[in-house]
Design a protein around this ligand. Sequence first.
Ligand code: NDP
Length: 447
Amino acid sequence: MNAYMASVVEQVKKRNAGEPEFIQTVEEVFHSIEKVVEAHPEYEKAGLLERMVEPERAISFRVTWVDDAGKVNVNRGFRVQFNSAIGPYKGGLRLHPSVNLGIIKFLGFEQIFKNSLTGLPIGGGKGGSDFDPKGKSDREVMAFCQSFMTELHKYIGADTDVPAGDIGTGAREIGYMYGQYKRLTGLYEGVLTGKGLTYGGSLARTEATGYGLLYLTAEMLKCNGKDIAGKTIAVSGAGNVAIYAIQKAQQLGGKPVTCSDSTGWIYDPEGIDVALLKEVKEVRRARLTEYAAARPGAQYHQCAAGSNVWTVKCDIALPCATQNELNLEDAKALVANGCFAVAEGANMPTTMEATEYFQANGVLFCPGKASNAGGVATSALEMSQNSERLSWTFEEVDSKLQGIMVNIFHSLDDAAKKYGMEGNYVAGANIAGFLKVAEAMTAQGIV
Ligand code: NDP
C-alpha cells in the first residue's frame, strides 16, 4: 500500500481501536483501490480518504423499554450517517446482541460503496441496537421499536436518511417503527423501506436481496461460460436473504441443499423445501430442528468448529448469514470439494484470507457489496414509488432489479479490466463504487 494510504490506515487503527470489523473493511477496500488513488494524486491534497473513513455523523442513544415481567430494560441504539455525497443516507437497522458502534461503522462504510454500485442516488448509513428480538413477545418487540424510534426520528426523514431492515429487523419491526414515526411527526412519508404492502411497501422488496444475489450470480457465471442449472448450491443462513436466494436458485434450475441458523444447520440432499423453511422461520419463528423433524431425508447438525454448511460438496456457495462466517479452513474445504463460484449474500461473510484463497484457486468470487445490493436497490425503488405516490407491479420491480444486478456485475467486471485486474470482482466492486463517491465528494468541495 502506498505511503498516503498506509498513513490513513494507521490513523484509522489508532482512532478506532476496538473496532476490528471496521478496520477490516477499510483495509479491504483500500487494498483494492491503490491503483486508482495513485492515478489521482489530488485525493491526498483534498484529504479525500481521511474524510471518507470518518462518518459524517454517528449517533448513539439509550433505548428504554419495559418487558412483560414489568422489568425495565436498557439497550443501546445507533445510527451512523456515513456519507451523503451521492444521496440521502440509506442502510438497514440491525437488531442483534452483537451490535456495537464498530459493527455499525463497518456496515455503514460498506454501504457507501454498495449504494454507489446500484447506480441510484443513495448515500451510505447503517444503524441498529444490541436488542435481541429472539424469544421476545410481540408486545415487547413493539415496546422496544417505539422507544428506539422515539429517539431515532429526530435524525431521519424521507430526504435525509431512510433506514431499512437487516438482521433481526423484518416486516414486523419496520411496521412498529413506522407507526411510531408517523405518530411523532404526523408525516406519512417514505422514511423507512421494507414497509408492508398496505402502507407504502414495494412488491418484490422482501425477495429482492436473495433474488438479486441469484441474478448477479447467473450473470457472473454466464460471462464465464457457466450456468446455475443443475448445480448443487450450499447456502448459509435461514433468514430473509437465504430464503429468497434458495427460492430463486431453484427457479433457475439449481439445487440448494443446505441452510443454517445460529445454532445448527441442515443438509437436505433432495434440495431445500422452501415452503417448509418459510413456515418454520417466517411463521413459527422456530429453530431449524423443526425443519428436520418435518422432513425425513434432511439431516440436522449442530454448529461447531469444523461442522458447518461449507463441509458439504457443492458447485456454488452462497454465504447469507452474517459477517466472518466463512474462514480459510472453510474455503479450503469448499475448493477441495470442487466449488467453483462464491457470491456473498451477507455483508462481509468471507474473511480476507478465505477471499484470497478463493481468488488464488480460480474460484469466481463476488463480494457482498455488489452481490447483495439488490435489497438496497429495491429499497431505492420503494422510495421512488413513495415519492410518486404510486405502486409498481411485482414484474416491473423484479425486472428493474434484474437489470440493476446485471449492470452492477458489468460495472465491476469493467472496472477490474480497466485497472488490469481482470476477474478480480472484489477490486472491481471497490473501484467502481469508490470512483463515483470520490467524484461527487470532490465536486462538492471540502465538507
Ligand atoms: P435475518 O435476521 O433475516 O437472518 C439472518 C440469518 O443468519 C438467520 O438465519 C440467523 O440465525 C443467521 N445468523 C445471524 N447471526 C448469526 C451468527 N452469528 N452465526 C450464525 N448464523 C447467524 O437477516 P437477513 O437475512 O436480512 O441478513 C443476512 C445478512 O445479509 C446480513 O449480513 C445482512 O447484513 C445482509 N443483508 C441483508 C439485506 C436485506 O435486505 N435483508 C440486504 C443486504 C445485506 P438465527 O435465526 O439463529 O438468528
